[in-house]
Design a protein around this ligand. Structure first.
Ligand code: PXL
Length: 276
């Protein structure tokens, strides 16, 4: 079995089932050593809770990296998500460029927007900074909103395959040749993943569950990363992650009290099984 040493860089939302509290268990369940660099510590995530605390850890990052470099610590893969500040993006770029082993794979989930809107703490300056991260990524993992902000293509709720093709072509001009675009649906009850590799698009369609759940982007990105580093192809990993995310939403959707995330933990055995 492939046992990889991975680094994931994203926030700790103490409560809310997103970012590190999702990535760490999922990557571990996929069988990988999972190292973490927290970008910020929040009391909860920012989508639906009010009065959340936010401690930006940007200024800790250079010292942490210096220590890792002194110890010759390097990673087989680096997966980045929700970051804490514009300044931090430059530090993360340096990590992507210097802390990977030879042939390390770097995955960047822009993690700053959904439904055509930026998440609360982010602004245009953050989008501009995120554009500079794209050339350092081997695989970019945006949703349609993030792809639009990054590429400058107009955001649309209704679209066709030509629009998605244009979006992916424009986005690739930022310097990332491989893109896994999530939330692409051409029929009301369907959604899916458009996988852009060497200018070619392949598409995996699956059921769309009407109730949108928070944190599913992180569940998807973590399962995708876990599967890819288990030796699955880009398309297989995209599919395994999509199927797992759908199962998590189905398992959560009827629980009215669980509005802030998905109950991904009881379904981890199904993800492990899909990797066999
Ligand atoms: O799931 C993305 C995410 C991660 N971290 C924090 C968030 C969000 C989305 O809103 O608020 C803190």
């Amino acid at each position: 079995m492939d046992y990889k040493k991975l680094l994931t860089i994203q926030d700790i939302s103490c409560v809310g089932q997103c970012s590190l509290t999702v990535a760490l268990p999922i990557l571990s369940a996929c069988g990988h050593e999972t190292c973490v660099l927290p970008s910020a510590v929040l009391s909860t995530h920012t989508a639906g809770f009010s009065g959340f605390t936010f401690r930006d850890l940007t200024d800790d990052i250079p010292q942490i990296c210096k220590h890792w470099k002194n110890e010759n610590i390097q990673f087989d893969g680096i997966y980045t998500g929700y970051l804490g500040s514009v300044k931090q993006v430059a530090f993360v770029k340096e990590i992507l460029d210097t802390l990977g082993k030879l042939n390390a794979v770097k995955i960047v989930d822009p993690a700053f927007a959904d439904n055509g809107k930026l998440y609360p703490i982010f602004d245009e300056a953050y989008v501009e900074a995120m554009k500079t991260l794209c050339p350092s990524a081997d695989i970019l993992l945006p949703n349609i909103s993030e792809a639009c902000f990054l590429s400058g293509v107009e955001y649309r709720e209704n679209y066709d395959e030509t629009y998605i093709k244009t979006l992916l072509n424009e986005l690739s001009k930022l310097g990332c040749a491989t893109i896994v675009l999530t939330g692409v649906g051409y029929a009301p009850d369907k959604t899916g993943v458009a996988v852009y590799e060497k200018g070619k698009i392949s598409y995996y369609e699956h059921t769309r569950i009407a109730k949108g759940c928070h944190g599913t982007g992180d569940v998807y990105a973590s399962a995708f990363t876990g599967a890819l580093f288990r030796g699955k192809t880009l398309f297989e990993a995209s599919k395994i992650a999509a199927d797992y995310t759908v199962r998590c939403i189905q398992f959560t959707q009827n629980d009215q009290t669980h509005w802030y995330g998905v109950k991904f933990e009881p379904l981890l055995p199904t993800l492990i099984q899909a990797l066999e």
